[in-house]
Ligand binder design. Structure first.
Ligand code: SF4
Length: 216
């Protein structure tokens, strides 16, 4: 059942807090702003072992953290960056195992489906662990991702986690959030990434141009 409606963004009944899987700071910014403006408490979960190389992972992670800290929002990740080892494990090898055999798939293909599910299953489990009923993802804000794939992965993840947590399937491109994202990107001077994340993502000039358009 659904209630509170603001144009295209519909808040499920009873939702006052959400574990928001964040792929990066730019994609989170307008969504977090919207949630706060509508009385919903976001907790940001940065779980993106798909990102390669590690330096890129670290930059995006620090930007996400900086964003959360600027707003006083709770932020968590699941890597072991605090360990004394110089090169910490953020789970990329396990992610590579999960997408094995799909390396040559195009973007928006099978590999991306697996990648979405991998990240959202971890988010669903984290929500359960934290006792937060609802989870959502900023992956559903990008025009370059297949929204149906993202939402299907979220629903499957909620089920697989045992059904005690629920996925908030939402098109976060609506209600001017895409434009607001681009404004906030400039306001915060966020790092402007040029590719989706993994080593198999297209880094062709065409793709880079598209990424520049998204992020500017
Ligand atoms: S292109 Fe992006 S969504 Fe697809 S598998 Fe790589 S990191 Fe994941």
């Amino acid at each position: 059942m659904q209630k509170q409606k603001s144009s295209h963004i519909i808040v499920p009944e009873g939702l006052t807090k959400v574990l928001l899987h964040a792929c990066c700071a730019p994609c989170s910014s307008a969504i977090v702003e919207w949630l706060l403006a509508h009385g919903i408490e976001p907790v940001i979960y940065y779980f993106n072992p798909n990102i390669y190389p590690q330096e890129e992972y670290e930059i995006r992670k620090q930007e996400s953290k900086r964003h959360a800290e600027s707003l006083g929002i709770r932020w968590l990740d699941d890597d072991n960056a605090d360990s004394p080892t110089p090169c910490y494990d953020y789970g990329h090898e396990q992610w590579r195992e999960a997408v094995k055999g799909l390396e040559r798939e195009p973007e928006r293909g099978k590999r991306c489906e697996v990648c979405f599910y991998y990240r959202l299953l971890a988010t669903a489990k984290k929500a359960q662990e934290l006792g937060i009923t609802w989870f959502a993802t900023t992956l559903a804000s990008s025009r370059w991702k297949n929204l149906e794939q993202v939402n299907a992965a979220g629903m499957r993840a909620a089920e697989a986690a045992g059904g005690q947590v629920k996925f908030w399937a939402q098109n976060w491109r609506k209600d001017g959030l895409q434009d607001r994202r681009n404004e906030l990107l400039k306001e915060y001077n966020f790092y402007n990434q040029m590719y989706c994340g993994c080593e198999f993502a297209s880094r062709s000039a065409d793709h880079i141009n598209k990424s520049t358009i998204i992020n500017n």
